[in-house]
Design a protein around this ligand. Structure first.
Ligand code: ADP
Length: 460
């Protein structure tokens, strides 16, 4: 750094100039009073001293004024930075320490500005996440007054047309389950975790977790998070029902087999007249068990996600005829006839084995649940890029209240009749899974006493 532009030099210079000024004034006054023998000097000495004094004063004043201005700019700039105006820059005109100071302050303001922008961005991100989260979030202070609440929590607590922030938890119009969990966490200082079915929305299960905010041993507030766990709970219940159903379905034929075997062992084996009936029963129940296990394997395979369909263009009419041929014995036993009305040449994109399984299950039901001597009619037509296949029968039909559940696992309209006909209650759920694997959908049109029309769609 050039010495002449340093702050030290400038202060020294103004100091020297002020001293010079004082000296010149003193000499001028001494001369005027005749105390100094300056009148012996060439003429105009007094004026020269006067001029020097004025000059020294002027230069000294200029130097200090410049310094004062720069300090003023630095102070003003610092105040703007302090008020958050990080875009402002202090003018860095002169050189020396003041220039360095201004540059450093400007750099610091730039850095602070970037950090402040980052922090604001983070705040906005958090704000957006907090606002739009599917979970309900609520923050209350130690006195149970709401300090923050997101949209979902507002919904659950019935907030409409007023600002809940600043209000007491107990003053919320709905969701008392949430308020009481938060109040409990505040009063006990312990985390509260529970699952409740909302009184205001029956069927909706909320997983609530309220945690106290503790500072220095005192409860300063609480944070409550509530999540909709209806789906997971429903799945859990389905799983439990499934296990219970499977156990029950396995137990029934096993009990029959065990009973028949015991009877045979305790003497019926020798009984030429009744013995064969027990052996037949064992055989029939084993067949039923085998079908149940096969259906269970089918459904677990269809649900596993490993069963990606290998699709090809298939002629539907031909596949229906082939499948029906495999079921000819069942049709004949019940005197049921098949009408294959699928237009010749109509194709669907599907996995051959899976589509066969769908047709087997639907045709098997249509024959089983038909009237003696009735007909099963299969039709198909193009509909919005899909082929819709319908299997109609002339059976007893299905009462309306059962229709929404008919594709559920183990759901049967008449359990005893289904078992008697060798059913497992899994056929339609397998149909649904397999069709949905292809991107299609299933449905049924039926009414009591009017027959049933089961349909499914497949990409054409
Ligand atoms: P199941 O092995 O009992 O046939 P499904 O899943 O195939 O199991 O069918 C479930 C229930 O739906 C059956 O038990 C029966 O009550 C009813 N159902 C299925 N198809 C028909 C039909 N074509 N007509 C009347 N009821 C039917």
């Amino acid at each position: 750094m050039n010495f002449f532009s340093t702050l030290k030099f400038r202060i020294l210079l103004s100091y020297v100039l002020v001293v010079l000024f004082a000296l010149a004034v003193t000499l001028y006054l001494l001369d005027r009073s005749g105390a100094l023998p300056l009148h012996g000097l060439p003429g105009g000495a007094a004026q020269a001293f006067a001029l020097s004094a004025v000059f020294a004063l002027a230069v000294g004043w200029l130097v200090t004024a410049l310094l004062a201005r720069q300090f003023g700019e630095i102070v003003a700039g610092s105040k703007r930075f302090a008020s958050g105006d990080f875009g402002y820059r202090i003018p860095v005109g002169s050189s020396g320490e003041l220039r360095k100071l201004s540059e450093t302050l400007n750099y610091m303001a730039g850095e602070l500005g970037t950090k402040a922008r980052d922090a604001e961005l983070r705040r906005l991100e958090l704000e957006a996440a907090f606002r739009d989260m599917p979970e309900a979030i609520l923050v209350a202070d130690g006195a149970g007054v709401i300090t923050r609440i997101n949209d979902r929590a507002r919904q659950l607590m019935g907030v409409k047309g007023f600002e809940p922030e600043g209000m007491r938890l107990s003053g919320m119009p709905a969701g008392p389950e949430l308020s009481s969990a938060a109040i409990k966490a505040l009063s006990s200082g312990q985390a509260v975790q529970l699952e409740v079915e909302l009184a205001s929305a029956p069927g909706m299960v909320l997983g609530i977790s309220a945690s106290p905010v503790v500072e220095g041993g005192a409860v300063r507030g609480c944070v409550l998070v509530a999540r909709d766990v209806t789906g997971p709970r429903r799945l859990e219940n389905l799983r439990k029902d499934f296990v219970a159903n499977v156990s029950h379905e396995l137990k029934t034929p096993l009990t029959a087999i065990k009973g028949s075997a015991e009877t045979l062992l305790s003497g019926a084996l020798e009984d030429r007249e009744h013995g064969p009936a027990f052996a037949r029963s064992i055989y029939e129940q084993s067949v039923r068990l085998e079908k149940l296990v096969a259906d269970l394997l089918n459904i677990s395979y269809a649900e596993s996600g490993r069963a990606a369909p290998e699709t090809a263009a298939l002629r539907l009419g031909e596949l229906v005829a082939e499948t029906a041929a495999g079921l000819a014995a069942l049709f004949a036993a019940r005197g049921v006839s098949l009408v294959n009305a699928v237009p010749a040449g109509l194709e669907a994109r599907a996995d051959r084995d899976k589509l066969s399984q769908v047709l087997i299950n639907l045709l098997d039901n249509a024959a089983k649940f038909n009237r003696e001597g009735g007909a099963v009619k299969v039709t198909a037509a193009l509909e919005a890029g899909f082929v819709k296949v319908t299997v109609e029968d002339e059976g007893p039909g299905i009462p309306a209240r059962h229709l929404p559940h008919i594709f559920e696992r183990f759901y049967r309209v008449d359990k005893a009749r289904s078992r008697e006909l060798g059913g497992t209650g899994l056929g339609l759920s397998i149909v649904k899974h397999l069709v949905e694997l292809h991107g299609g959908s299933v449905g049924v049109d039926s009414a009591e006493g009017r027959g049933s029309a089961f349909w499914f769609t497949l990409p054409s």
